[in-house]
Ligand binder design. Structure first.
Ligand code: DP6
Length: 365
């Protein structure tokens, strides 16, 4: 109810809005959802800085109000294949944004990372689009932004982004975002992401994430299909409980700065995510031989040195190498000499924790 548009006070014929929104990497994973994009368990992620989607949304009043009307372009090229996901998104959010059928939309989107990198663009893409729509709502409602309003609209953007893609609700702000109700985290909600509200030790500030592109191909299984396989999964209930426990443990770890304990949770979460995929029916393996080579190299390097480098995985073969800022140079050297050989065409992306989406100024307006 809180997110239903209250009143439109201004008539606007046309306009253009642009937002840049980042990707994020989950430490405790979201895997399994109920109806209406409600997660089965809470998750927490680092917001990224360099991996972003930039979306420019142009809107103009149209004559007939019977259906949604939009075109979507990726890097300047019309993308018919993106339309069904966006149409579903519009249908889900129409009740909160009743003006959607009043306008024709031109959605122009581009990513700072290569589209065929195997990096999911749904988190950054859906959050950027949700933010553009919220900006239109603010224009129509003629709001001037106070701190209270800013927090309301960030929440609404996260709420809408979730209805586009679950993990997208963790991309509006930074640097650590929780999504999903957790008993020990005040303000946490299944409906939107919130900033992690407690103390975070200096060790976890500016954490680095180098993404090793092991396989840039299309995934064999979409995340939506994967989430649904948790419905009749033999280990589902125990896994959902474990996510709650891991998040509870992380609260203490963030406070004390215990990076060794952090590594245990983060790597276990990554492997558990893949274990869930391997034990669903149908079962599948998204890791590639090089994913395992990299994991073994990271473990050997950690044994040999005192490094705090670790890995996490998404629902794919690429490896996110996480490490504290004070190890930046030395770990990058390790990556270049020992890990890049396992990347497709030697490609990797250096990123770090970021602080959330930003509205871009449109010239000529
Ligand atoms: C493995 O957010 O892509 O990255 O809600 O169906 O769009 P939908 O799923 P999506 O799932 C991401 C799952 C994950 C783990 C995570 O980011 O928490």
């Amino acid at each position: 109810m809180d997110f239903k548009l209250k009143s439109v006070t201004k008539q606007i014929e046309r306009g253009t809005i642009s937002w840049s929104s980042p990707s994020n990497i989950a430490l405790v994973k979201y895997w399994g959802k109920k109806d209406n994009q409600i997660p089965e368990n809470p998750s927490i992620s680092f917001t990224l800085d360099h991996c972003k989607t930039i979306t420019t949304l142009s809107f103009s009043k149209k004559e007939t109000l019977d259906d949604f009307s939009f075109d979507v372009f990726l890097e300047g090229e019309l993308k018919e294949s993106f339309k069904p996901k966006i149409a579903t998104f519009f249908k889900r959010i129409e009740v909160y944004m009743p003006f959607l059928k009043d306008y024709h939309f031109k959605i122009e989107t581009s990513n700072t990372f290569p589209h065929s990198s195997g990096i999911a663009s749904s988190a950054s893409g859906m959050s950027a689009l949700a933010l553009c729509l919220v900006s239109i709502e603010m224009e129509l409602s003629d709001v001037t932004l106070s701190a209270v309003e800013r927090s309301y609209y960030n929440k609404k953007a996260s709420f809408l982004a979730r209805l586009g893609s679950g993990s997208a609700c963790r991309s509006i702000e930074g640097d650590l975002i929780v999504w999903g109700t957790h008993k020990d985290i005040e303000g946490s909600s299944d409906l939107f992401g919130v900033k992690y509200p407690y103390e975070v030790h200096q060790n976890f500030k500016n954490y680095q994430d180098t993404i090793l592109l092991v396989d840039k191909g299309e995934k064999q299984v979409s995340s939506t299909v994967g989430h649904n396989l948790m419905h009749d999964h033999p280990y589902a209930e125990r896994r959902f409980k474990q996510a709650h426990e891991n998040l509870s443990t992380l609260i203490g770890i963030f406070k004390t700065g215990d990076v060794d304990a952090f590594i245990k949770i983060v790597e276990s979460e990554a492997l558990t995510l893949h274990a869930m995929m391997m034990t669903s029916m149908p079962y599948f393996i998204l890791m590639k031989p090089n994913t395992l080579e990299i994991i073994n190299k990271i473990w050997a390097y950690r044994n040999k040195t005192n490094s705090k480098v670790c890995f996490t995985l998404d629902a794919g073969a690429n490896v996110h190498v996480l490490y504290p800022e004070n190890e930046k140079d030395i770990v990058l050297e390790f990556i270049k000499t020992e890990l890049v050989a396992y990347c497709q065409n030697g490609h990797y992306i250096c990123d770090q924790i970021g602080f959330g989406a930003q509205q871009l100024v449109i010239e000529d307006q």
